[in-house]
Design a protein around this ligand. Structure first.
Ligand SMILES: C[S@@+](CC[C@H](N)C(=O)[O-])C[C@H]1O[C@@H](n2cnc3c(N)ncnc32)[C@H](O)[C@@H]1O
Length: 357
């Protein structure tokens, strides 16, 4: 993420995907054990980014939990050590008081990869992750020569992109291995009976959440290669470090008795769903392609710029190259909005930590 409050300003669609699973969160909070000897009922959000959405979720969770218990509550907000935590730190204690309006809700920030164990064994009652578990822990391929995302171009794309079956398999395997690491880490941290709510963008219902914007950015970068503004090598090395799973891939580690994490978790429920996105809905009503392209580009720039910037870091004029790439992507969307159609597809799964392992 590029930081400086940009994610907070451009993440309303992500909050809408979270709102959809708030009733699942309520069910988890109702059903999980809360009467134990731990010092606080502890809730953690992994991949919290700049925190606006994370704080909103925790406010909802803490208020729901208060109806069940007057024990102290701890909220833990976790992301990579490189995340910009400034807005989150300020947001947790505005005017020196807890944002939760409750003296017995305590908050902390933990920097680290969610694919590692980050909290003491059996210290956590509820773990959550939203729009984050698609990010790779490492780049499994040195380069992706035909497109900027391993899921490949959309069916509507310009026809310029491709990903081989072998490349796709390598990226899918990394995603599966990361998911298993995440589940094993959370299994160690959760108390028996504790809940794990996983929600993430993905593939399903005939679309993938990467369609539309990755085609535009891919074609923009190819134009820049053609014009010798960036070299082909940099284009091939850059790819967006995420994999857009299907629901089957998300639930595979716990899907049946033979699954690798089946002894650790039981699967309570899972779903693929689509969330209407405001800039898409506005475009449908107004046909204003200029506005659609501008708002769509602002939305995807926030989460795609950092890895692109890293890849182009060797160029003296990296700032203008980045601006140029997004200006071109915006123009390509504006000129042909239907080919850059956007659908926010989300996946969710609610799991319970088993108590026998
Ligand atoms: C799209 S944001 C989601 C933010 C928030 N959860 C929401 O739904 O609005 C994805 C976040 O995942 C974080 N992330 C990526 N890889 C991570 C990792 N290995 N461990 C923890 N967080 C990670 C990124 O830093 C980023 O803040």
């Amino acid at each position: 993420m590029i930081g400086h409050g940009e994610y907070n300003r451009h993440s309303a669609p992500q909050m809408a995907t979270i709102d959809h699973v708030m009733p699942w969160l309520d069910d988890a909070l109702d059903a999980m054990p809360v009467d134990d000897a731990l010092p606080a009922v502890t809730l953690a959000d992994f991949g919290c980014s700049e925190g606006r959405n994370s704080i909103d979720v925790m406010k909802h969770a803490a208020a729901t939990l208060r109806a069940r218990t007057d024990r102290p509550i701890q909220t833990i907000h976790s992301d990579l050590p490189t995340n910009d935590y400034a807005a989150l730190l300020a947001g947790l204690r505005p005017n020196g008081h807890s944002v939760f309006g409750d003296d017995a809700v305590f908050s902390s920030i933990v920097g680290g990869s969610m694919y590692d164990r980050l909290l003491p064994p059996r210290s956590l009652h509820l773990a959550m992750t939203f729009n984050a578990i698609a990010f790779f822990s490492r780049r499994p391929l040195d380069r992706l020569p035909g497109h900027i995302v391993g899921n490949g171009p959309s069916a509507l794309g310009s026809g310029t992109g491709w990903v081989t079956g072998e490349e796709h398999a390598a990226l899918a395997a990394q995603s599966a291995s990361d998911l298993e690491s995440f589940l094993r880490a959370r299994a160690s941290e959760l108390i028996p009976g504790g809940r794990l709510l996983m929600q993430v963008f993905g593939t399903g219902l005939g679309h993938a959440t990467c369609n539309g914007f990755t085609d535009a950015l891919n074609d923009a970068l190819l134009e820049m290669v053609d014009e010798k503004l960036i070299d082909r090598d940099h284009y091939e090395i850059y790819y967006h470090p995420t994999y857009f799973r299907t629901l089957d891939e998300l639930t595979a580690p716990v899907g049946d008795a033979q699954s690798p994490c089946a002894t650790l978790f039981s699967l309570e429920r899972s779903e693929t769903y689509e969330i209407p996105v405001s800039f898409v809905e506005t475009f449908k009503q107004t046909g204003d392609a200029r506005r659609f392209a501008r708002e769509f580009t602002a939305f995807f720039r926030v989460f795609s710029e950092s890895p692109l910037r890293l890849c182009l870091a060797g160029y003296d004029n990296v700032d203008s190259l980045i601006d140029d790439a997004y200006a071109r992507a915006e123009r390509l969307i504006r000129d042909d909005p239907r080919r850059h159609d956007y659908h926010f597809i989300a996946l969710a799964a609610l799991l319970t930590r088993r108590d026998d392992t």
